[in-house]
Each structure stands twice: as structure tokens, then as C-alpha cells.
Write a protein that binds this ligand. Structure first.
Ligand code: GLC
Length: 472
């Protein structure tokens, strides 16, 4: 099979969140099982000169953005056995940052149209196009409206993966004709609640919808999780399926991680203690036996930061340290920075997206806190476990599907159900109590490290799903 993954970001080229990890690692995992995979992303300014030097110019074409004709360069590079294509247009993508511009709708309309146009000009004819999140949501729409019956495009199946239903690409109705160039008799594909909603277009037109964990697939049928889309999703259950993400176990490998000071494994955890020591030193704190909780996240509401805010000082004062890394909403940044100022011996905060430090926190912390309000999959809890760092999570989405409470059999973390700060606090106290029992804790660390969160079995499920679609 030939599978083209379209995404707005992919490791190692451009990354701001978990989507980039998945777009960088799932194709590799499927490729390793004998299928041909390619990835296409925009050629952003932030892509380093070093990575650019390996790119080869393929062609330039003209892409329609409604009535406009826009230049589109196509570049190509090989990385770890996967072919990456890059869509170039300096007006749209040569900017500081990837998202958050007044014309994001137009930028990704251009990208989506360009991906489909590009197929005519490259040597890769996909059987499946797997789109990801709202930025690529118009690909299945354009496919249905304009490409399906063109020569060379028949028999392509479109798959849409929902990494987060909160971000939908919602705009005023004027974009339909003026920006998207969709005829008004097709408006019904995109109209929803008085807006033009790009994600809704993908729900309507894709052959298959995938969520990044099984639990999230049924959670989003509920208004509490669906950000307005439950009414349409309940009618699409026949093509909705959840497949748990994996992590790149080579990139995150305690036995082989160049970012961490000491290597370790489940067989010999002594290096982990040294990593903790080193991390605390680097963060200006002292190792006095207190547990260290890591937090690596985007500072946004759905990551559950409000619960953390509510009981943070209570936890710190009980003798717990925190290593926090993240960026996002100013009010949360300010909160954490204030805590670091107030408790310099116990709280260290770094604002930003710093991969090297994130590895050190995954490896050097004892516990990892992730009390998300919703979590389509979540990768950090799986990465933490790989480093023997015990997750404390709310039972939602992929957290629910990957973490089992240590109160039962075969536990690998601590969980709570209700979105309530005191329920979270209870999970933290239970973790802290177990931590004080060295033997019990080490057993838990080893058990967590033994769980297999590699892509292998999920890649099989993707492949089966794709194969079944092609048969139809
Ligand atoms: C989004 C989701 C996160 C998921 C990631 C990769 O960032 O919020 O839960 O792990 O996508 O699928």
C-alpha cells in the first residue's frame, strides 16, 4: 500500500505538539512493515538550514485559492527511510511561527489544495491519504468536490485523524466562496451552527475517521468533550474508530538517550537516581529525598492546569518538588513563574519548548502529573513510563487507555476520575505514600517500564484498517 500523510507539522522538521511526533513516527512504523509511506507538510521558515540542505526541488505548480492562482514549489527529502514532501510558498509560510495568523484559513486552504494538486506531479500515487486535524481537513472535501473523478485520482481513500477536536477551523460564511472556492451547492458539507467549519467538512467527506485513542472515540460523542461536534459525530459512528498512538521508542530510550546524563534500564535503575540528581542541580535545587514531580505540557486549559493551580501550594508545602516545562497562555505561565519565585527550593519552571530539557525531566522525575480535562491520546504519560517515571493522570482519553491505577493489579500509575482538584490531590497523596516505600516504588517503576508503548501493534491496526478500506 501507498499512504500519504498530510499534516501541518512533523518531527524532525517542524513541531509544536504531539501531532508532530505522530506524523513523524507513525509513517516510519507502517513503513517498517513493508508499506510505502510519505509525509507532506508546509515548508515553514522554522525548518533549519541543515534540514533544508537535504531537500531536492521537484517542481513548481500553480494552485487555486478560490479565484487566486498561487505559486507552489514542491520539495522532497528522505529521512529515516520516509519520503517527505514540502509545500513551498513564501507568502503563506515564510513567517515567524506556524499558526495564529489572521489568514490561517487561507494558508491551509492553499496547503490542502496544493497537496492534492501535487499528486499529479510526483511519483507517489497514494492509495490512502491520511489527513490530520483541522489544517488538513479540506483535503477530503476538495477530493470529493473536485478530484475524485479526475484521471489519476480515482480509488484514493481518505482517512481523517482527530488529534484534538477543540481546534476546528471555524470561520464566517464568506470564506466558502471567497477563500475556499467551494460552490454554494456544496455549502452543506461545511456549514455548521452558522459557521463554516473545516473539521466538520472532514467528518462529512472522509471515508474513515480515526481518533488517537479508543476512549476518545466515544468521549467525543458527548457534548462535554465534543466542542459542539457531538451532533454530527453521532451520525458518523459507522466510520469512527479509535487507535492508541505509540511513541518513538528509539527517540525515547533510557538506555540510549544522548540528552540524559546517565543511562539506565529496568534491570538497573541506579542511573535514574543520578539523572534526578543531575536534573535538580541543573534546575538549582537540592536532592534531599523528596519526590520530584515533572510537568511537561502546553499551558492551556484542557491540560488541566486549573486543577494544578488549585492545590499546588498544598502539595509543595508537604515536601514535594516540581520541574515544570511548557509554554502557552500567559495566566498559566505567570502562575508557575510566581510559584518558582515563592518556592525556589522546590519549584523550577522553564517557559518554552525545549526538547533536551523535556528528556531530562522525563528521565529524572519520580512522577509525572497530567490531570487533563480531556486528552485525545497524550504521549507524555507513555514517554514518562518508558523512563520509569510514574504518571498521575485523570482517566480520560488516551490517559485512561494507557495508565492503570496502582491500587489494582498490574498498575503503572495513579489515576482519578472526576475533574476535581481534590480527587487529583488524593491521587498525588497515594503516589507519595507509595514513594516512601522504596521496594514497592521500585517494583512500580519496573512494571511501568515493562509496558510496550511502541507503535508496532497500533501500526498493525492502522494497516488492517487501511487494507479493509481499499478492498471496498
Ligand atoms: C494532540 C492531543 C494529544 C495527542 C496528540 C497526538 O496534541 O492533544 O492528546 O497525544 O495530538 O495525537
Amino acid at each position: 500500500m501507498k499512504i500519504l500523510f498530510a499534516a501541518s507539522e512533523a518531527v524532525p522538521y517542524a513541531a509544536s505538539g504531539g501531532l508532530a511526533d505522530v506524523a513523524g513516527s507513525l509513517p516510519k512504523a507502517i513503513g517498517a512493515k513493508g508499506h510505502e509511506c510519505a509525509v507532506v507538510i508546509p515548508l515553514y521558515r522554522c525548518i533549519s538550514a541543515e534540514l533544508r540542505s537535504d531537500m531536492e526541488f521537484i517542481t513548481n505548480i500553480t494552485v487555486d485559492v478560490s479565484w487566486r492562482k498561487q505559486y507552489c514549489g514542491v520539495y522532497k527529502a528522505e529521512h529515516d527511510g520516509i519520503t517527505y514532501y514540502f509545500i513551498d510558498n513564501e507568502y503563506y509560510f515564510d513567517r515567524d511561527g506556524m499558526y495564529g495568523f489572521y489568514d490561517d484559513c487561507e494558508r491551509f486552504v492553499f496547503f490542502d489544495r496544493a497537496v492534492l494538486e501535487m499528486i499529479k506531479h510526483i511519483k507517489f500515487k497514494p492509495d490512502i491519504i491520511n489527513c490530520n486535524d483541522w489544517q488538513t481537513a479540506l483535503i477530503p472535501v476538495y477530493y470529493q468536490v473536485y478530484y475524485k473523478y479526475q484521471q489519476g485520482y480515482d480509488k484514493i481513500k481518505t482517512v481523517f485523524t482527530i488529534h484534538n477536536i477543540e481546534y476546528q477551523g471555524k470561520y464566517g460564511k464568506e470564506v466558502l466562496g471567497e477563500v475556499m472556492g467551494i460552490p454554494s451547492y456544496n455549502a452543506g458539507l461545511l456549514e455548521y451552527d452558522g459557521y463554516i467549519n473545516m473539521l466538520k467538512g472532514a467528518l462529512e467527506t472522509s471515508d474513515m475517521l480515526i481518533t488517537v485513542s479508543p476512549s476518545y472515540a466515544w468521549e467525543i460523542l458527548d457534548p462535554w468533550y465534543a466542542h459542539g461536534l457531538d451532533r454530527i459525530l453521532v451520525t458518523k459512528q459507522y466510520k469512527l474508530k479509535g487507535i492508541l498512538n505509540g511513541i518513538d521508542t528509539k527517540l525515547y530510550d533510557p538506555e540510549n538517550d544522548p540528552f540524559i546524563a546517565w543511562r539506565f534500564s529496568a534491570g538497573d535503575l541506579s542511573g535514574k537516581a543520578k539523572c534526578k540528581n543531575e536534573l535538580l542541580n541543573e534546575l538549582g535545587m537540592k536532592d534531599n529525598g523528596e519526590p520530584l514531580i515533572g510537568i511537561v505540557t502546553r499551558f492551556v486549559r484542557h491540560k488541566g492546569i486549573d486543577l494544578i493551580r488549585c492545590v499546588f501550594e498544598e502539595i509543595v508545602r508537604s515536601g514535594v518538588k516540581f520541574a515544570v516545562l511548557g509554554s502557552g497562555e500567559k495566566m498559566y505561565e505567570d502562575f508557575f513563574l510566581e510559584m518558582a519565585r515563592r518556592y525556589p527550593d522546590r519549584v523550577a519552571v522553564n517557559v518554552g519548548f525545549i526538547p533536551e530539557l523535556s528528556h531530562k525531566i522525563y528521565a529524572g522525575s519520580d512522577m509525572f502529573l497530567m490531570p487533563s480535562q480531556s486528552e485525545p491520546c497524550g504521549l507524555a504519560q507513555m514517554i514518562s513510563m518508558r523512563y520509569g517515571t510514574i504518571p498521575i493522570v485523570r482517566e480520560t482519553g488516551g490517559l485512561r487507555d494507557s495508565v492503570r491505577d496502582n491500587g489494582g493489579t498490574n498498575g503503572n500509575g495513579f489515576t482519578f476520575k472526576t475533574y476535581n482538584a481534590y480527587d487529583m490531590l488524593d491521587a498525588v497523596w497515594r503516589a507519595k505514600a507509595d514513594y516512601s516505600d522504596k521496594a514497592r516504588w521500585e517494583e512500580l517503576e519496573k512494571r511501568a517500564m515493562g509496558f510496550d508503548f511502541s507503535w508496532s501493534s497500533s501500526a498493525d491496526t492502522y494497516i488492517e484498517t487501511f487494507e479493509e478500506m481499499i478492498k471496498e
